[in-house]
Design a protein around this ligand. Structure first.
Ligand SMILES: [Zn+2]
Length: 634
């Protein structure tokens, strides 16, 4: 291939507009002869008088791959050259493939007008492909650009409805500013993708099918976890730009859940930011990181063939991390010096979704520690227990049925504590019958006995769950084996504490578990590999498995008028249920309580506890049924 390239480059030196050269270059693209054809771009395009290259835009190279999968999602910060790259890709694809129609969709007319007029038009006017577009018969309006080879670039918008989109047929659809699009329009708009291109006569059938494979591409800057862009990202291969440190060899992953915050380095720089001394640094040793050495690392490599997803934060782009001015602007956003909100920093600079706070535990965190056999391997679990691997083991239950968002399910988790302090969550399941209290109590007893569990830790929050506890005792489970646990967000700083029996109120002795502190402890133990799980069990949106529950937890920082900033953990229902995460929290609370101590997690202790009033102010669901419960405390 490089021979062809050399040949082309030789040819092109003097005569960039030579029609034959252009035809040869386009044929290389059409024949899918190169894995990436970004190297051909300078032969075809000029931008502001200079040949267009991806030298400083290399993360966008993924767009110029030989074959793209059915779906492509770019979740990016602002100003990462996405519109320019997107426009370039459309023009070259249209020019290289006869009768190839690309439909560009944005939420607003003004957005699509800008894209067509400010990106696509100058690209064509200054390119060697100009001749292919400029023909008296060709349409060159803002909303359509036709090529001589029968291809078309369509531009449209869908805000309150998608009526005007439906008339088109396309081989590919590209959504820009996808985060602002009404997600319910997408299935309708996607119907315009025609799987076959009638009337095309290619001798190479493979090339034909590849060239005309329908493709849905999304570009956007994230907003919240509920947003359609995040939902699309969740089902993608989730690639991050991994950069290895030249000094300590650590592979830095620029996402907030991993290394991004530390990679942004100190607030004040001593050295000027240059390509040799870039802004980004190693999260582990602080040495300079060279983004040009990075490569894509997919969290779900098996999805690359169907839906590839790329996350592009600003800091990996050279014009941000290698430029003193670019880096200063980025740090101003970070430290709120230009009145940017935290959300703006997350969304527009980091290219990350943001609700109130960041995700507590990422998919990557969980997958790193999902190293045990599958949760269904009952015989293996029994062998492990019999072998004496655990000094203590038990079961955690989060009872379903009474959630404020309708009916939730009951989740069961099983975990053992090893002699070296590592906790293994070896099994779990979710019950489908949360309203049949007797059936669930019997099932809980049976499986606890079959695993020879030493204890059963369970949700004891509110009257409904107290009834569940009674039902379990009725099945013959001894009271001494049960450990009722009630969540609290207020308290005296301890992760967990024992509340003695209240005979007057007829509330038995139980443990109070501080939800924010316990989940923070668990997230630290997961990230340090001291809590491990059964095999990762996410299949798809319909069968999300159990471990995915952890990714629905987010940190929440709320500013109150008088109390300053407070910290808590919230559940983001759009991502999925959290009942299994709660069941795990209960069984781990049981293990730590029985062994007599919680692990020392110093940083957690610096978080101020909430007063009941603060709690009620930020979390209305606790105001309804549980505030009385809190107010009894302390
Ligand atoms: Zn390092």
């Amino acid at each position: 291939m490089s021979e062809t390239l050399d040949l082309l480059q030789d040819l092109v030196v003097s005569e960039i507009n030579h029609v034959e050269v252009v035809q040869q270059v386009l044929q290389v693209v059409a024949d899918r002869k190169m894995f990436y054809y970004d190297k051909l771009l300078p032969l075809l395009f000029n931008l502001r008088g200079k040949p267009l290259t991806l030298k400083n835009h290399f993360p966008m190279r993924s767009l110029f791959a030989r074959v793209l999968p059915e779906q492509v999602t770019y979740k990016t910060g602002r100003q990462i050259s996405k519109s320019a790259s997107n426009a370039t890709h459309s023009v070259i694809m249209g020019a290289a493939t006869p009768y190839y129609n690309i439909l560009h969709v944005t939420p607003l007319f003004e957005m699509i007008r800008k894209f067509s007029a400010n990106y696509v038009a100058p690209l064509i006017e200054e390119s060697a492909l100009r001749e292919m577009f400029v023909s008296p018969r060709c349409n060159k309006s803002v909303l359509q650009r036709s090529l001589r080879n029968g291809s078309n670039l369509f531009f449209t918008f869908a805000f309150n409805d998608c009526i005007r989109v439906r008339g088109n047929t396309a081989n590919a659809i590209k959504y820009d500013e996808y985060q602002n699009l009404d997600a319910s329009f997408e299935p309708i708009i996607n119907q315009t993708v025609a799987a076959s291109g009638a009337g095309i006569d290619f001798s190479d059938e493979a090339a034909l099918s590849e060239a005309n494979a329908p493709c849905i591409m999304r570009f956007g800057t994230p907003l919240t976890f509920e947003n359609g862009l995040e939902q699309a990202w969740e089902t993608s291969s989730q690639a991050e730009w991994a950069i290895q440190c030249e000094k300590c060899r650590k592979i830095n992953i620029p996402t907030l859940r991993e290394d991004l915050e530390k990679m942004l380095g100190p607030r004040e720089r001593i050295e000027k930011v240059t390509p040799q001394t870039p802004g980004i640094v190693c999260a582990k040793c602080g040495h300079y990181l060279y983004t040009r050495n990075g490569r894509w690392k997919h969290a779900f490599p098996e999805r690359r063939q169907s839906h590839v997803g790329y996350h592009i934060p600003q800091c990996i782009m050279p014009f941000h991390c290698e430029s003193d001015q670019g880096w200063t602007t980025l740090q101003q956003y970070r430290f709120n010096r230009n009145k940017a909100s935290v959300a703006e920093f997350y969304n527009e600079i980091c290219g990350e979704s943001y609700d109130h706070g960041a995700k507590l535990i990422s998919v990557t965190d969980i997958r790193h520690v999902a190293v045990l056999p599958p949760r269904e391997d009952f015989e293996t679990h029994l062998d492990v227990i019999r072998s004496g691997r655990y000094v203590d083991w038990g079961m955690g239950i989060d009872w379903g049925g009474g959630g404020i968002n309708g009916i939730s399910k009951t989740a069961f988790a099983f975990a053992g504590l090893r002699g070296d302090g590592v906790i293994e969550v070896f099994s779990g399941f979710r019950s489908q019958t949360p309203n049949n209290f007797n059936l669930e109590a019997n099932r809980a007893r049976d499986i606890a006995y079959s695993y020879k569990c030493r204890f059963i830790a369970m949700d004891f929050h509110g009257p409904g769950n107290r009834l569940r506890w009674d039902k379990l005792l009725e099945t013959g489970v001894p009271k001494s084996m049960t450990m009722p646990i009630s969540y609290t967000r207020v308290g005296n700083g301890a992760v967990s504490r024992l509340v003695p029996e209240d005979r007057k109120e007829r509330i038995p002795a139980h443990h109070q578990l501080n939800k924010a502190r316990s989940f923070l402890t668990i997230s630290q133990l997961i990230r340090s590999g001291r809590i491990r799980f059964f095999q990762y069990d996410y299949k798809n949106k319909e069968f999300p498995g159990l471990l995915n529950d952890f990714t629905s937890l987010a940190e929440d920082r709320v500013k109150l008028k008088q109390a300053g900033e407070i910290y808590t953990i919230i559940h983001v229902p759009a991502i999925g249920p959290d009942d299994f995460a709660d069941a795990v929290n209960y069984v781990i609370c049981g293990l730590f309580t029985r062994v007599g101590r919680w692990p020392d997690t110093g940083s957690i202790m610096t978080i101020a506890d909430l007063t009941p009033e603060q709690q009620a102010a930020i979390d209305p669901k606790y105001r309804d049924e549980n505030l009385d419960w809190f107010l009894k405390d302390d």
